[in-house]
Design a protein around this ligand. Structure first.
Ligand code: GBH
Length: 440
């Protein structure tokens, strides 16, 4: 049997736009995702988050499910357009009240609330003013962070600033696969910087909070030992992992990444003192892991998410895939964790998302196998000295899977969107067992 230390935190994760619905209720105004969804051709099937899993109205029932599973923590995100509908200025008390009710309900069940301040739902007026490529957005984010912190600091101990700034920057502003759907490579680099700056400024705005940031990181392997394939892997590791890890944990952009990006940007948007702000000490690093990457020299579909490294191609590793098409490789998670501990030692780590999309309604054998393999990888990492402190399954509920709409289901709890009925899948029962036994 594989057991984890008694304090190991077992949780599940969701995000505001993906589950809440109630898009126009209690003063919430549109975010970039409402706008994106309303634009024909952007989201499969024309799906939107207008209703989603109706969690805004069903949060009590959902917390009940969490209690039934024995979760120690629940990672959710706070919708900026509920709290500050215009992205600046007036605070919407009814929006804040929802999160206060949610947090109180969690605490009644002894479930730690783990809010993320930003999981991609930027208030539309801030995008209208230029969005994340503009420095002002970072300042607005810190103001919003201070408001939420002030309202919930007596009840919340662990705060996450951003979820996956890579997606916000490069899917939002380079490929345009995510909101706001812009295809401007140089803007994407500016966006990445202002997201990081927002993270640092938010930390300064939340005195005494225990804070972290969640990054979507991956293990990158070159196709062959040929020099150009090895260089391709270095580039992807740079643009996926180190471009965020190094500023946050080493107060510098990686030199090779800066050189790769020279044709795109001279980094003149970086002001003196920014890196010091960005590298404010954090208490934990959140890691979202789904799939590894095998890469080589070649050409990719355009526009590429890997700005400045367009001559890189992703290869098929020959592994089984989930229904969304991502390869399954738990070994990649172990390699990633060992690498983080080697290159960025001593920072407490949490897996803040890990999971898989499969279609099976209730008897989701493939998801159980996926989760089991990845939790085993976590155990192995811990046994080899990685300071991994917790694991959050993605996701508690089936939900709005961004540009894939409702077609892709990541939940350990099934949602019948016609009736909003929740049903525990086998993976939820399996997870409840893992939590009860403290391991596998
Ligand atoms: C996370 O993003 C999000 O935080 C969450 O909201 C989302 O629902 C969840 O994961 C599931 O998607 O096509 O093989 O090259 C995940 C970020 C970025 C992970 C793109 C997969 C492409 C893999 N994703 N990446 S592949």
């Amino acid at each position: 049997m594989t057991t984890f230390a008694p304090g190991f935190l077992w949780g599940a994760a969701t995000s505001s736009y993906q589950i809440e619905g109630a898009a126009a209720e209690d003063g919430r105004l549109p975010s970039i995702w409402d706008t994106f969804c309303a634009t024909p051709g952007k989201v499969d099937n024309g799906d939107t988050g207008d209703v989603a899993a109706d969690h805004y109205h069903r949060y009590r029932e959902d917390v009940g499910l969490m209690a039934e599973l024995g979760l120690g923590a629940y990672r959710f995100s706070i919708a900026w357009p509920r709290v500050q509908p215009l992205g600046s200025g007036a605070v919407n008390q009814r929006g804040l009240d929802f999160y206060r009710r949610l947090v109180d309900t969690l605490l009644e069940q002894d479930i730690q609330p783990w809010p993320t301040l930003y999981h991609w739902d930027l208030p539309q007026p801030l995008e209208d003013a230029g969005g994340w490529p503009e420095r002002d957005t970072a300042l607005r984010f810190a103001e919003y962070a201070a408001i939420v912190h002030e309202a919930l600091a007596d009840r919340v101990t662990h705060w996450t600033t951003l979820n996956e700034p890579w997606c916000s920057a490069f899917l939002g502003y380079a490929t345009g696969r995510h909101a706001p759907g812009r295809q401007e490579p140089a803007s994407a680099i500016r966006a990445a910087h202002h997201l990081l700056l927002g993270h640092g400024l938010a930390i300064a705005a939340m005195p005494e909070a225990r804070v972290g940031i969640t990054l979507n990181l991956t293990h990158v392997t070159p196709m062959s030992t040929a020099e150009e394939d090895v260089d391709a892997a270095r580039r992807i590791d740079g643009m996926q992992n180190r471009i965020f890890l190094d500023p946050v944990l080493r107060a510098a952009y990686p030199q090779d990444v800066v050189e790769d990006l020279a044709p795109v940007t001279g980094f003149d948007h970086v002001q003196e003192g920014d890196l010091k702000t960005i590298a404010a000490p954090i208490d934990f690093l959140g890691v979202n892991y789904y799939s590894p990457m095998l890469v080589g020299h070649g050409t990719t579909s355009s526009p590429s998410a890997y700005v400045g490294s367009e001559h890189v191609r992703q290869h098929d590793g020959g592994r089984q895939r989930t229904s969304i098409g991502w390869e399954i490789d738990a070994r990649g998670l172990l390699d990633l964790l060992l690498r983080l501990e080697r290159d960025y030692p001593a920072i407490p780590l949490y897996i803040t998302e890990n999971g898989a999309a499969f279609d099976d309604e209730v008897h989701d054998t493939a998801r159980v196998a996926y989760l089991d393999g990845h939790v085993r990888a976590c155990a192995e990492a811990v046994s080899r000295g990685v300071p991994l402190k917790g694991y959050f399954a993605w996701s508690l509920l089936d939900n709005f899977e961004w540009s894939f709409g409702y077609a892709q289901r990541f939940g350990i709890v099934h949602v019948d969107y016609a009736t909003q009925r929740r049903t525990l899948k086998d993976s939820a029962r399996w997870y409840a067992d893992v939590i009860r036994r403290g391991g596998l």
